[in-house]
Design a protein around this ligand. Structure first.
Ligand SMILES: CSC[C@H]1O[C@H](OP(=O)(O)O)[C@H](O)[C@@H]1O
Ligand SMILES: Nc1ncnc2[nH]cnc12
Length: 292
């Protein structure tokens, strides 16, 4: 839908705040889907409204399993966010995708098993397509902003979302890389990307490479101390990338050429008279456009 852009950044491990917002304010956002991971930092940058949410909460409170993904996406939508940029720490399955590089992810394999994955369900059933789970327009902006920030960027890659919190076994790591053809691994982008699509939000994912998972013969197993050290450098690069996004996206927003903002158009199957009023009420922000 055309209107005003509001950029929502979901900061992953190592990215718990962003600096430089005008009129910066941490605000509480109430959601019928529970409490978001933390307060949300709102403000503006270069005349464009921005919101920042630390995915694990400040102080890293939530594990990948307990992140309240539905509340987070609902809260961002409720605030008026139109474009969500996920920034995440990831392991790499490719020699060429080295620690310190960024990958603008465009596909996912979802191996998570213990999370609520949809806003919809009994009383209001919907099926959206996630064949192309990220928005190419928003991904273009992330790629350009990251390159302008001096980062080595890889455009396109498949992100394996694992449940965690333990890292992969060697056999899993080899299978994801050699058999499944995945490029990076993390624990959080699913169901986040699916929920953003249900909420008709454009979503782009920037994977900040911190390690080679456990498959690499020259690098041994994943070491969280090493990850944190790489993260410290990555977080600064991520902040520079984020600072470049407003100029690229602009304050006035056209309808998404890829249809992200119309994902629910033909998705809701439950007949109006059969819908559960309580669920419909909870869907006011996510699907109010379709449910009236
Ligand atoms: C710090 S290593 C594992 C941890 O880092 C990633 O978090 P995020 O995706 O939020 O950046 C990974 O998914 C794990 O949660
Ligand atoms: N190797 C890895 N596996 C899963 N999540 C990660 N986050 C950072 N590195 C990771």
């Amino acid at each position: 839908m055309s209107g005003q852009t509001m950029i929502g950044v979901i900061g992953g491990s190592g990215l718990y705040e962003i600096a430089g917002l005008e009129d910066a304010n941490w605000v509480d956002v109430e959601s019928p889907w529970g409490a978001p991971s933390d307060q949300i930092l709102t403000g503006s940058l270069g005349g464009v409204a921005m919101a920042f949410l630390p995915r694990h909460g400040r102080g890293h409170v939530h594990s990948p399993t307990t992140v309240p993904y539905r509340a987070n996406i609902d809260a961002l939508k409720r605030l008026g966010v139109t474009d969500v940029i996920s920034v995440s720490a990831c392991g790499s399955f490719r020699d060429a995708m080295a620690p310190g590089d960024f990958v603008v992810v465009d596909q996912f394999v979802d191996r998570t098993i213990a999370r609520e994955k949809s806003f919809f369900g009994m009383g209001c059933v919907a099926h959206v397509s996630v064949a192309h789970p990220t928005c190419p327009r928003l991904s273009d902006a992330c790629e350009t902003a990251a390159r302008d920030a001096g980062v080595t960027v890889h455009r396109g890659g498949t992100y394996l979302a694992m449940e965690g919190p333990q890292f992969s076994t060697l056999a899993e790591s080899r299978m994801y890389r050699e058999v499944w053809g995945c490029d990076v691994i993390g624990m959080t982008n699913m169901p986040e990307a699916k929920l953003a699509r249900e909420a008709e939000l454009c979503y782009a994912s920037v994977a900040m490479i911190t390690d080679y998972d456990s498959w690499h013969p020259d690098h041994g197993e994943v070491d969280v101390t090493q990850i944190i050290a790489t993260l410290m450098g990555n977080a600064e690069k991520a902040r520079t990338m984020v600072a470049g996004l407003p100029a690229l996206l602009g304050a006035d927003r056209e309808t998404c050429p890829h249809g992200c903002d119309r994902a629910l158009e033909y998705a809701i199957l439950t007949a109006p008279e059969k819908r559960d009023p309580a669920l419909v009420a909870k869907l006011d922000a996510v699907a109010g456009r379709m449910l009236g």
